[in-house]
Design a protein around this ligand. Structure first.
Ligand code: 5GP
Length: 206
């Protein structure tokens, strides 16, 4: 028993930290992540579940696990999620727990791209789950630039855009809660900065 405990502690001591990435809507988190993955395919980004409809081109199991509200809530009851949140007051989003634990146990650099509520919830649960976390905030160069990017994306209607901008204001105000801040002025630079954080946390030499 004692030996077993020691082994667990040793394993934990060498385990990489979970990278929790948050940033306001349309800041370009997805683009930064895609760039990071293109350069460093060894990184794993958790696939969330959501009850929102797929956007054109989104693939089930790749971008999200798309599911009905009934299924989402049933999984929530079974403690299938690390965290869940209702985002922009519209749809449920959640991080499946087990794949995160599995990847961390294998020391694979692991990223969650989740909203502010989710990031807070993961922090709350860190001790219980024996997780070490580095929270990263992706910031826009300015609020005006964020509005421009959201409108430019053109994937939301007026009502959705309004909700997203309201959420964005709340999220921008929460920036000081995060361990690391990365400004997404150019995607390449932001992706490199994110990699520097990962390389440091996982003890990867360049
Ligand atoms: P979108 O609908 O644009 O893909 O994502 C909307 C928001 O939901 C983004 O801020 C994104 O970070 C957040 N989100 C995506 N997956 C999750 C998740 O598993 N949990 C939480 N809490 N937020 C998520």
């Amino acid at each position: 028993m004692e030996n077993g405990e020691m082994k667990t502690n040793e394993a934990q001591a060498h385990k990489g930290r979970l990278i929790v990435l948050t940033g306001p809507t349309a800041v370009g988190k997805g683009t930064v992540e895609a760039k990071l993955l293109a350069k460093h395919p060894e990184v794993w980004v958790s696939v969330s579940a959501t009850t929102r409809d797929p956007r054109p081109g989104e693939v089930n199991g790749k971008n999200y696990w798309f599911m009905s509200e009934d299924e989402f809530v049933a999984r929530e009851r079974r403690n299938w999620f690390l965290e869940t949140a209702v985002v922009h007051g519209m749809a449920h989003y959640g991080t499946p727990l087990q794949p995160v634990l599995d990847h961390l146990a294998r020391n694979i650099p692991t990223i969650l791209e989740i909203d502010l509520q989710g990031a807070r919830r993961v922090k709350q649960r860190a001790a219980e789950l024996n997780l070490e976390i580095v929270s990263v905030f992706i910031a826009p160069p300015s609020y005006d630039e964020l509005v421009k990017r959201l409108i430019g994306r053109g994937t939301e209607n007026e009502e959705q855009r309004k909700k997203r901008l309201e959420t964005a204001k709340v999220e921008l105000a929460a920036e000081p809660e995060f361990d690391v801040r990365i400004v997404n002025d150019t995607v390449d630079r932001a992706a490199d900065e994110l990699w520097d954080v990962i390389a440091k946390e996982y003890g990867i030499a360049e």
